[in-house]
Write a protein that binds this ligand. Structure first.
Ligand code: SF4
Length: 369
C-alpha cells in the first residue's frame, strides 16, 4: 500500500551550473497554472491512504510566494496522515523568510531540507550559487524558535580546485549549525548542465575518495545510516528517503516526478505544456515490474543502507530466501558483504565501492527462477 508521497515544485529563482533536476525559472503566472494542474493530478490519483511521509521537493519550493504556498498547502492539507508523520519541504536559504517558515509550521511541515552545498567562495562560483552565512544562522535559529527542529542541510563536495582543507571548513560550518541531518553529494557532471557543456572535469578519483573518508571521519558522531546520509541519531533518519531505500511504494506528483505503485514504476513528463494539458506520464515512462525486477530494486536500494537487506522480510515478500535467487557466498567469504541478525549489508569501510559490490552480487543471479 502507498504510504508516501513526493510532490515536485519545479521552479527556481536561479539555475545552478550542475543541475539536472526538473526545473525552470520562477514565473508567477505559470506557477499559478501549475498549482491548479497539480491539484487536479492529485485529486485524480490519491486514494485516501493514510500517509507516513510527504516530501515537497524541487526545484526550490521556498521560491513560491505566500499566496502560492497557501495554494500548495490547500492541496497537501487534503492528505490523511498518520500521527507520526514526516512532512518535509526543500528550501534555499536565499528564498526562505520567517513568514514562510511560520506558514510551513502552520501547515504541518515538521522537517526542512536546506540546499547549502558549500560556503567556499570558489565552490559557490563554480556551482553558480550564493550563500549568506548570517542569513543561514538566522533562518536555522528561527526554525528552532518556532519548533521546527528537524533540519537537513545538503553538502556538495568534489568540486574542481577544492581541497581537503576547504571541505573540512564546509563540514565544520555545517556541524556548527544546530541541525539533525546532513546529506552529502559528490558532484556529478550530468549531460545538459552548464558545467558539462563547458567541459568541466571531475576531480582526481583518489581525492574524491579522500574527501568521502574525511566526511565519514568528521561526521563519526552521526548515525551514518545510508552511504551518503548522516542523522544526528536514529530518530532523525529521513523517513521519506527510507521509503525509497526500503523499496516501498510512493506516489510521485508533479512535473518530472517518479513514483512506484503496485507493479509499476513510473516517471512523469518533464514537458510543462504536456503536463498542463493533463498528459502526465512521460513517453515510455512506465515500467511494469515482475518479481525479478522487484528483487533487483530491493537489492540495489536496500544495500545503500546500514541495515542492508532484512533477510526475513525478503523471504516473506518474495516467498524464497535471497540465496534462492542470488548466490552471494563469495561476497560473504571475501567480506564484501556481512551477515548479522538476519541482515545482509555492506560493511561501512567498503561503502565507497558499494556500486561494484552490488554489481558483483547481481552477477550471481541464478537462472532457474
Ligand atoms: S540545484 Fe536546486 S536550486 Fe539549483 S537549479 Fe537545481 S533545483 Fe534549482
Amino acid at each position: 500500500m502507498t504510504k508516501s508521497c513526493y510532490i515536485q515544485i519545479p521552479f527556481c529563482n536561479k539555475i545552478c551550473s550542475y543541475c539536472d533536476f526538473c526545473k525552470m525559472f520562477y514565473n508567477e503566472e505559470l506557477i499559478d497554472k501549475y498549482l491548479d494542474e497539480l491539484k487536479e493530478e492529485i485529486t485524480l490519483s490519491y486514494n485516501n491512504e493514510v500517509l507516513d511521509t510527504i516530501y515537497i521537493g524541487g526545484g526550490t519550493p521556498s521560491c513560491l510566494n505566500i499566496k502560492q504556498l497557501n495554494k500548495l498547502f490547500d492541496i497537501t492539507n487534503k492528505f490523511k496522515l498518520t500521527d507520526n508523520y514526516e512532512f518535509t519541504i526543500e528550501c534555499n536559504f536565499d528564498s526562505t523568510t520567517h513568514e514562510k517558515l511560520d506558514l510551513f509550521k502552520k501547515n504541518g511541515i515538521n522537517r526542512i531540507s536546506f540546499g547549502l552545498e558549500s560556503i567556499n567562495k570558489n565552490n559557490l562560483k563554480i556551482l553558480d550559487r550564493t550563500i549568506d552565512k548570517d542569513k543561514v544562522i538566522d533562518i536555522i535559529n528561527y526554525c528552532h524558535k518556532i519548533g521546527l527542529h528537524n533540519i537537513n542541510v545538503d553538502l556538495m563536495y568534489a568540486i574542481k580546485e577544492e581541497t581537503l582543507e576547504i571541505l573540512k571548513k564546509d563540514i565544520t560550518f555545517i556541524k556548527s549549525l544546530n541541525i539533525t541531518h546532513i546529506s552529502t553529494y559528490s558532484l556529478i557532471l550530468e549531460k545538459n548542465t552548464k558545467l558539462y557543456i563547458e567541459g568541466y572535469e571531475y576531480i582526481d578519483e583518489d581525492l574524491d575518495r579522500d574527501m568521502y573518508d574525511l566526511i565519514c571521519k568528521e561526521l563519526k558522531d552521526f548515525d551514518h545510516y545510508e552511504i551518503s546520509n548522516f542523522a544526528k541519531n536514529k530518530k532523525y533518519r529521513s523517513k521519506h528517503n527510507l521509503t525509497y531505500w526500503k523499496n516501498l511504494e510512493y506516489y510521485g506528483f508533479g512535473l518530472g516526478s517518479s513514483g512506484y505503485e503496485g507493479n509499476v514504476r513510473y516517471e512523469k513528463t518533464r514537458s510543462i505544456n504536456k503536463y498542463l494539458n493533463h498528459d502526465y506520464i512521460k513517453d515510455n515512462g512506465i515500467e511494469f515490474l515482475n518479481i525479478k525486477d522487484k528483487i533487483y530494486y530491493e537489492i540495489i536500494l536496500n544495500l545503500r543502507t546500514k541495515e542492508g537487506i532484512n533477510l526475513i522480510e525478503f523471504k516473506e515478500k518474495y516467498h524464497n530466501p535471497l540465496e534462492y535467487y542470488y548466490d552471494y557466498k563469495k561476497l560473504l567469504n571475501n567480506k564484501h558483504l556481512m551477515k548479522n541478525n538476519n541482515h545482509l549489508f555492506i560493511p561501512k569501510d567498503l561503502y565507497y565501492i558499494s556500486n561494484s559490490i552490488i554489481i558483483e552480487l547481481l552477477e550471481g543471479e541464478k537462472n532457474e527462477y
